[in-house]
Design a protein around this ligand. Structure first.
Ligand code: DC
Length: 212
């Protein structure tokens, strides 16, 4: 028996920081599902395959698993490589492929077996765990998200400007919201949290209060 708190929302809304802190506060495990799509982008990149060219056969040759909150690709832990801007863009591209989403479904569902979790992504409350006990849709204006992204140097490509980051965020929103399978959208029963103008602790307080 497990309990799932689903946190979905667009790129750069602060979901990861908030979800991790909510998990700490509730003493639940924390799972970031974007890292799965980023891991597949990383696997393609290191194999010299264009993101748009990955195939089901390529995926069958990989082993991808969570050990706790840590993600392992072919037995090796993935860390800073997942934060590369290229992997973020690649993740958004590979995630539009239905066979990629099918491949990652059991990885996500298994991560929730036997433990209480906070799981964040784009389709957790709509597709992966439509029966999640608590659902939140965390968002902020594109400009606010671009400002926050600029402040996170590890996620910013060399030479990037506010305008280029904003354009990248808008392009990612477009792709994530308009794909045919499991598009980014707020679940009907999710609580909307607009974080524009709020700090992290205020957002964590709000979500934790709903969970108690
Ligand atoms: O949360 P993130 O920025 O690490 O996600 C990277 C990309 O992965 C995002 O642009 C869309 C995709 N993604 C998805 O389609 N479904 C999820 N549950 C999580 C991420």
């Amino acid at each position: 028996m497990s309990t799932v708190v689903a946190i979905d929302g667009p790129a750069g809304a602060g979901k990861s920081t908030v979800a991790r802190k909510v998990a700490d506060r509730l003493d639940y495990a924390y799972i970031n599902t974007g890292s799965l799509y980023r891991a597949l982008a990383y696997a393609a990149k290191t194999s010299g395959i264009a993101f748009s060219d990955i195939t089901p056969e390529f995926l069958e040759g990989l082993t991808l698993e969570f050990r706790g909150a840590d993600l392992y690709l072919n037995g090796k832990i993935l860390e800073s490589e997942l934060r590369l801007p290229e992997c973020a863009t690649g993740a958004s591209i590979v995630s539009a492929k239905p066979f990629v989403r099918d491949y990652l479904m059991p990885v996500q569902r298994n991560a929730a077996a036997q433990q209480w979790i906070v799981m964040e992504g784009r389709d957790i409350g709509t597709v992966v765990f439509p029966d999640a006990e608590k659902k939140f849709f965390v968002t902020a204006s594109p400009e606010e998200r671009a400002r926050r992204r600029m402040a996170q140097s590890s996620e910013v490509a060399d030479g990037a400007t506010f305008e280029s980051i904003l354009a990248d965020i808008i392009a990612r929103d477009e792709r994530d919201m308009n794909r045919a399978v499991a598009p980014l959208r707020q679940a009907d029963d999710a609580v909307l949290i607009d974080t524009t103008g709020l700090n992290i602790e205020q957002v964590v307080d709000k979500i934790a209060a709903y969970c108690r």
